[in-house]
Design a protein around this ligand. Sequence first.
Ligand SMILES: Nc1ncnc2c1ncn2[C@@H]1O[C@H](COP(=O)(O)OP(=O)(O)OP(=O)(O)O)[C@@H](O)[C@H]1O
Length: 305
Amino acid sequence: MTNAIELRDLRKTYPRNWAAPPFEALKGISLTVEQGEVFGFIGPNGAGKSTAIKILTGVMLPTDGSATLFGVDVTRPEARRGLGYVPENPSLPDYLTPMEILSMGLALHGRKPAAPDAHCMRWLERFSLGEAANKLVRGFSKGMAQRTALAHAMVVEPRLLILDEPLSGLDPIGRRDVVEILSEYHRQGGTIFLTSHVLHDVERLADRFGMIHKGELKTIQSPNELVGDQELVTVRSVGEGQVAGMTAESGGRWFVEVRRSALWSTLQEIDKAGHTLIEVKPTLTLESAFLRYSGLGEGAAPPKA
Ligand SMILES: Nc1ncnc2c1ncn2[C@@H]1O[C@H](COP(=O)(O)OP(=O)(O)OP(=O)(O)O)[C@@H](O)[C@H]1O
């Protein structure tokens, strides 16, 4: 099957003024995203994520290397057939309503569902915008604008979604709802390429993620692979009696971080004390993993692709 996305040695250099040398924002990125996969492209501010997305969506040309969507070079307009795209901080035409914006999306993509207005309304309701469907976008909060942009991307039933920081500006309920909508799209076979500097979002959604730092791809792994080989394990239990070495938390819960080699004996102690086990997980968070693979944290690991 053709890859949904393929980047080969992608490079982008931004020209600057006479006083500053050109800036290399992407230093030869290569990666593939299979159809049906959710790929999280993560990195700190200024890493080069938006630059890569702008190239993928045809907003900007690469300086060197190539990028394809479903085997078609991104410089060709047909590469964007069936693409749903939400840029970072989308700017919507504020003299239109969400309903008009979604209808325009359908028309631009040549989509003709049986009942277009009902189809748009269904998507607006999915994003909790039913009541605002016919109000002008002018005056919308950042979260409402973001949800309108996401509904606009979904209404065309895309084969690929490219989302630059899709959860930014959303409140916790909005984030939860959007993660659920994106997960459902994924379950139905959709492909997503999303950027984030909030690793928690990627942890919940992505099958694999690539870490980019200063224009270089540092590693591509699944969240489980990355946290799975960690030496320390966090164990939580709930119960009345003290278990040697465990620290009390609120609500009768206890926790301890142990080396993998000590895990079984800890579990036996918990069992002996009559506690109920509530959690066993590798201690490393994606945040610390990022620091590790970007070479910024303690015990920085060599790149692994
Ligand atoms: N048009 C431009 N001209 C010059 N430099 C630019 C331009 N656009 C981006 N850059 C620089 O390229 C680097 C990568 O920027 P980019 O926006 O791709 O990063 P990012 O990973 O998306 O960051 P963020 O998470 O803050 O959105 C940054 O150092 C940025 O300052």
